[in-house]
Design a protein around this ligand. Structure first.
Ligand code: FES
Ligand code: FES
Length: 158
């Protein structure tokens, strides 16, 4: 076991890792940040997406030791400083972009990365960007509406 240190949600943190410890396990088991969900553990569902140095990454596809020193953001770091929901999180709530909520942390993290890269995406660009995030419940339409609303654009019609 080795101690692996990185910055998570603005704080320097350390947890014991083996070479095979995935970033998702580091966050959930090592740091107790269980907002990062694990749906498949095989890089398919997107429930585990976090930001690593500003980029959306499936945390089940990265070894923690390989990103020693990185700047990581998880869903726990997405709310405003006063604890209120971010504009994007609020838009998911307002537009019913979640049902069971299992995919939601990954959807929010991926959508935030998209909006950072492209603040005014088209509906097609939103759908294309979220292609790696699976949702069993919503049919995706309300998720797309939420992302469009968060970017201050007209939401797609029903
Ligand atoms: S748990 Fe990482 S992509 Fe499904
Ligand atoms: S809201 Fe249930 S999986 Fe997406």
């Amino acid at each position: 076991m080795t101690k692996t240190t990185m910055t998570v949600n603005g704080k320097s943190v350390s947890a014991a890792t083996e070479g095979r410890t995935l970033l998702s396990a580091y966050l959930r088991d090592g740091l107790g940040l269980t907002g990062t969900h694990i749906g498949c553990d095989t890089s398919q569902c997107g429930a585990c997406v976090v930001h690593v140095d500003g980029l959306a990454v499936k945390s089940c596809s990265v070894f923690a030791q390989d990103i020693e020193g990185a700047d990581v953001k998880t869903i726990e770091g997405m709310a405003n400083a006063d604890g209120s929901l971010s504009v994007l999180q609020q838009a998911f709530q307002d537009h019913h972009g979640l049902q069971c909520g299992f995919c939601t942390p990954g959807m929010v993290m991926s959508s935030a990365a998209l909006l950072a890269e492209n603040p005014n995406p088209t509906e097609h660009q939103v759908r294309d960007y979220l292609e790696g995030n699976l949702c069993r419940c919503t049919g995706y339409h309300n998720i797309v509406k939420a992302v469009m609303a968060a970017s201050d654009q007209a939401v797609p019609a029903e």
